[in-house]
Write a protein that binds this ligand. Structure first.
Ligand code: PLP
Length: 375
């Protein structure tokens, strides 16, 4: 555990983001994706706040383990939990858990569907189906919709609780990208076909953050936001002007300065004796790759007040070096903020790191305590 470094999560900002989301899609209900420890922000705390304070009623996990943790820690069946990918439906203790805890498995293949339909205990349990409309990951293929319909009918099931699909390219244009258009058309065809076959479809959803930001998929009953709720836009930088999203990053990553010293251009610092590119002041900060401050942070710009710093040399396991101009007043013991609520700076970090916001959040380790703030 670290002292003096923390991942500070501002729940008021989560609320602000949710209110902004509601403005974008006032008539859609949110199925909030909290998989992967709520994208690194703490599964239980984020869900607890979102349900009790924001009134969100549907949550999406990736694994049965995450879903069970939510039930164990938050109790009851007051909100819905969907399990999206690692569903483990056919393991006996888990199939019982779905029933007992009312967790909804997202069915994506005939193996699981057959199992579900053949077990009498699931007779009255809601059916949630995900179709592959072109992403080619999980999901019943869009060409298999007839076979799926047959299967359901043969077991007397005429109701589909939630029908969904997922975009492969939601970070790209929903209007110009052919794949996105194809996926939207195929989903429409699936819905039409199933309704023509007499199925009652209670809920539908297609859009994750990238699509919601472009106001697409809002004709469905539900939207499935993940990343945007935590702040960042998920559109590619070239599309950043097309987004309707102006969320704030709900967390800041804070640490402190362990030591400051002056360097001349070319002076070696740290492992590998990496020469610094300029003369200036090196601040050693108390974060390294052991904390999830990955080696990709090398070369990124981190600011101290209005002074621009650059991460230089190698990132160590438990500390890193940031080079500032000589006139920067940074000193030992100062608080140092890696990112804050400003999405432009956060995006710039991700771009420089050649990675995506999802990964930057998620790679923080448990060594950095999460601290929640609520006014
Ligand atoms: C993760 C996920 C989402 C949320 O995606 P974001 O890009 O984070 O908004 C929505 N739907 C499914 C099926 C997912 O796996």
């Amino acid at each position: 555990m670290r002292y003096g470094s923390r991942h500070l999560i501002d729940l008021n900002l989560l609320e602000e983001n949710y209110l902004k989301l509601k403005k974008l899609c006032p008539s859609n209900e949110a199925l909030f994706m909290v998989k992967a420890d709520a994208y690194g922000h703490g599964l239980v705390n984020i869900t607890d706040f979102s349900y009790n304070e924001l009134g969100i009623k549907n949550f999406g996990c990736a694994t049965i383990g995450e879903a069970l943790k939510l039930r164990e820690e938050l109790g009851g069946e007051r909100f819905e939990v969907y399990v999206f990918s690692d569903i483990q439906l056919q393991l006996q203790n888990y199939s019982e858990a779905y029933l007992d805890q009312r967790l909804i498995p997202v069915l994506t293949n005939f193996d699981d569907l057959n199992f579900f339909l053949n077990e009498a205990c699931f007779n009255h349990f809601p059916i949630c189906l995900k179709f592959n409309t072109g992403m080619n990951r999980l999901g019943f293929n869009w060409t298999e919709v007839e076979a799926v319909a047959q299967k359901l009918k043969s077991k007397g099931r005429k109701k589909i609780y939630h029908l969904m699909t997922h975009f492969a390219c939601a970070s790209q244009s929903m209007f110009k990208n052919k794949r996105n258009n194809d996926q939207r058309e195929r989903f429409d065809e699936i819905k039409k076909f199933l309704r023509a076959e007499g199925f009652e479809i209670e809920r539908t959803s297609i859009s994750n953050s990238g699509a919601i930001e472009q106001l697409v998929g809002l004709e469905e009953s539900h939207v499935r936001p993940g990343l945007m709720m935590y702040g960042p836009s998920s559109l590619i930088p070239q599309l950043s002007e097309k987004t309707h999203w102006d969320g704030k990053i709900i967390s800041s990553l804070e640490t402190y300065v362990i030591k400051v010293f002056d360097v001349k251009k070319g002076w070696p610092v740290g492992y590998g004796a990496t020469p610094v590119p300029e003369e200036g002041k090196v601040a050693i900060i108390a974060l390294g790759y052991g904390d999830g401050f990955s080696t990709r942070f090398t070369g990124t710009q981190l600011n101290f007040n209005e002074y621009k710093g650059t991460v230089v040399g190698r990132v160590n396991m438990d500390m890193s070096q940031v080079l500032f101009p000589s006139n920067c007043p940074i000193k030992e013991g100062d608080k140092f903020t890696v990112w804050n609520e400003n999405p432009a700076h956060f995006n710039q970090l991700c771009e420089k790191m050649e990675t995506i916001p999802y990964e930057v959040f998620i790679q923080l380790t448990s060594r950095v305590p999460k601290v929640y703030r609520l006014k």
